[in-house]
Design a protein around this ligand. Structure first.
Ligand SMILES: [Zn+2]
Length: 203
């Protein structure tokens, strides 16, 4: 079944540096200044790093997760993996709700079962302005730890299942374009090289 749903996993950075956005942020009961993180763009080799498991869920991990969530919301993404912001730890944030008020934070997420298949049109803000159809499992079972160090085992399908698979791929250094044909990837690479050349020609 072809589902013409467009979604963004990741986001676009507007400059080369992270910057601080002063906002009140209440997801975790504290008001703090949030950092908007810079997102790496394909073909940055750091997107190919394999993230390591989080060993201890302390204040540093909570801060990373908060900043990742804020970054995802500011850029209208529905998912973001730590690898995309050059943090090599197994952390994913997702929010597929329309109101953007149902954040899901996955620490050390792992897929334990994949079933069926479906195709969706995917996008990734680490690969800006490029969308294509990808085939993935329709139903997944997965587990993860929450920021409270609680182990959750659950299952899902549809958009959330696709998003979890897309984000865990990032933690393993894999991008959605890796599922495309060699010809499509070559075309994309040419397009990006051309854009980079044009940017360099601007004085
Ligand atoms: Zn992505």
């Amino acid at each position: 079944m072809l589902v013409e749903t467009l979604f963004y996993c990741g986001l676009t950075a507007t400059n080369n540096f992270s910057y601080i956005l002063s906002v009140s942020y209440n997801h975790f009961g504290v008001n703090i200044a949030m950092a908007i993180l810079k997102v790496l763009h394909f073909p940055d080799p750091r997107l190919r790093n394999k993230a390591t498991p989080v060993e201890k869920i302390g204040p540093e991990i909570k801060e990373i997760a908060e900043n990742m969530l804020e970054t995802m919301y500011v850029e209208n993404g529905i998912g973001l993996a730590a690898t995309q912001v050059n943090i090599q730890q197994r952390i994913v944030v997702i929010d597929i709700s329309e109101e953007k008020n149902e954040p899901l934070i996955l620490i050390n997420p792992e897929i334990t079962k994949l079933e069926g298949s479906e195709t969706m049109r995917e996008g990734c803000l680490s690969v800006p302005e490029y969308y294509d159809i990808v085939e993935r499992a329709e139903y997944i079972e997965f587990c993860y730890k929450t920021l409270d160090d609680e182990l959750i085992t659950t299952s899902t399908d549809g958009l959330l299942a696709v998003c979890v698979q897309h984000e865990i791929d990032h933690l393993n250094g894999k991008l959605f374009i890796d599922y495309l044909s060699l010809l499509k990837r070559q075309r994309l690479k040419k397009k990006i090289d051309k854009q980079e050349k044009l940017q360099h020609n601007v004085l």
